[in-house]
Design a protein around this ligand. Structure first.
Ligand SMILES: [Zn+2]
Length: 446
């Protein structure tokens, strides 16, 4: 299929009059700027966003924990987690898949074209059936590109057994390795299968060693929740004598195959260790704000060449533009300064820096050639609404900043994955059916 765009952001910069072809694998096979107008004229195009961290089932509890549980002012991540466990108790395999369908549709409509699913609700209710294949089926049905990260989750805290509400998360390490081998046969071309460790508190060293040996043998991407909450940082310090990132780097060779999610509470030494390693830090600004996690020291990390990606995590709101806006604003709140995430090679433009960095980091975190529009990358892109004034004006020096900071609600028109349209005029092509199923599931849960 052949496409034409009069103005296209390739992930780094704007190009004019771009003609590109997409092969049968959904990959851009030829890409020429200043080309003759031919093929379908899309208008203004930007790359689809990469969502590095998702727990799709949590979509079913979005905004359901915005009510005080404890008037002594002790609502926290840990009280939110109890609400999440209550949801887990209610979901079975069928409802789990319908919620995932809805979450993935939401993502596509918002402009995320690929997702890293950090999947730990392994077992169906009252059965040993594993749900990883449901996640793959859901992504394929809805049409989002997926990197699946089955999660090793074996302890309820360091040296603590899992609680009864966490039992469906458990697999032995041998079971996990076998499970990954089986899933690898089901993963479709264009997707990725990685592995993950829930957190340092949820897996002991012996089992981490074993899973990481397996990860190295198959050379896949590995994700971990690293230091989201001060209480878990204290647990790790007390038990292992070091804060989480220092401990991880002392015991494992962390490289560009690693994505450290929620590296929120880190010291200066840990910031440098991460930046120099080539790993990606997965930041989920909306969820981290919603849960009261804290603010990642991104300005210092970026100065040292660190790589980051964004994730919608709990899906309390799914919107890559809002994630990026909040990411920048949170740094401003903390520093009492403006324009915090801006590289000189992007002419100091905040929007350009945010998009180019997060898409590059996202591609690394998913182990896939995504987040840019050039030869050899997947043709995952967003067509912007040609009726919105900033799109009509096509001012290249301000357009990305307007997209992120001004963010008209009518911005996204069509969304393509592998060169195939999944969202048309802002609506997913299977919207009605997916929404109907989701509403029925939620009614049942209530
Ligand atoms: Zn998470």
């Amino acid at each position: 299929m052949k496409y034409f765009s009069e103005l296209l952001f390739d992930g780094q910069k704007w190009l004019k009059d771009v003609s590109f072809e997409v092969d049968s694998n959904g990959v851009i096979s030829s890409f020429i700027d200043n080309a003759k107008k031919e093929g379908l004229n899309l208008g203004v195009v930007i790359p689809g966003f990469v969502n590095c961290h998702s727990h799709s089932f949590q979509r079913a509890m979005a905004a359901k924990s915005e009510q005080v549980q404890d008037f002594s002012n002790n609502d926290s991540f840990w009280t939110w987690r109890e609400t999440m466990y209550d949801l887990v108790e209610k979901l079975d395999g069928a409802s789990f898949e319908k919620v995932a369908d809805f979450a993935y549709m939401d993502m596509l409509e918002a402009g995320f074209t690929s997702v890293g699913e950090f999947h730990y609700l392994h077992k169906d209710k009252n059965s040993t059936l594993l749900l990883g294949e449901s996640v793959l089926d859901s992504a394929s049905k809805v049409g989002i590109r997926i990197a699946l990260f089955p999660v090793l989750y074996q302890q309820g805290g360091i040296d603590k057994q899992l609680g009864p509400k966490q039992e469906r998360f458990y697999l032995s390490t041998d079971e996990m390795i076998q499970y990954c081998k089986e899933l690898s046969l089901k993963v479709k071309p264009g997707n990725h299968l990685g592995v993950s460790i829930h957190s340092l508190r949820a897996v002991n060293k012996e089992n981490m060693d074993k899973l990481i040996d397996f990860q190295k043998s198959i050379d896949c991407v590995i994700h971990i929740h690293i230091s989201e909450q001060p209480a878990e940082v204290e647990q790790v310090k007390t038990s292992y004598g070091k804060p989480p990132v220092e401990y991880l780097f002392e015991n494992y060779s962390v490289d560009d195959k690693w994505c450290l999610v929620h590296a929120t509470h880190v010291n200066e030494k840990e910031v440098s260790l991460m930046a120099e390693s080539g790993c990606t830090v997965g930041i989920c600004p909306i969820t981290e704000a919603n849960l009261g996690d804290g603010i990642f020291p991104l300005t210092s990390y970026l100065k040292q060449g660190g790589s980051f990606a964004i994730g919608s995590d709990s899906h309390v709101r799914v919107d890559p533009l809002e994630e990026l806006r909040l990411l920048e604003y949170s740094q401003r709140y903390r520093d009492l300064k403006r324009n915090r995430i801006a590289h000189e090679d992007q002419k100091g433009l905040v929007g350009e820096t945010l998009i180019s960095q997060t898409n590059k980091g996202g591609a690394k975190a998913l182990g896939l050639p995504v987040g840019a529009l050039k030869e050899g990358y997947y043709a995952d892109f967003i067509v912007l609404n040609s009726e919105v004034p900033c799109i009509r004006l096509k001012n290249e020096s301000s357009l990305i900043n307007e997209i992120i900071f001004n963010a008209s609600p009518r911005l996204i028109d069509d969304v393509y994955v592998s060169g195939v349209k999944k969202v048309s005029s802002g609506r997913h092509i299977k919207k009605k059916a997916i929404e109907d199923s989701y509403v029925a599931v939620i009614k049942d849960l209530e």
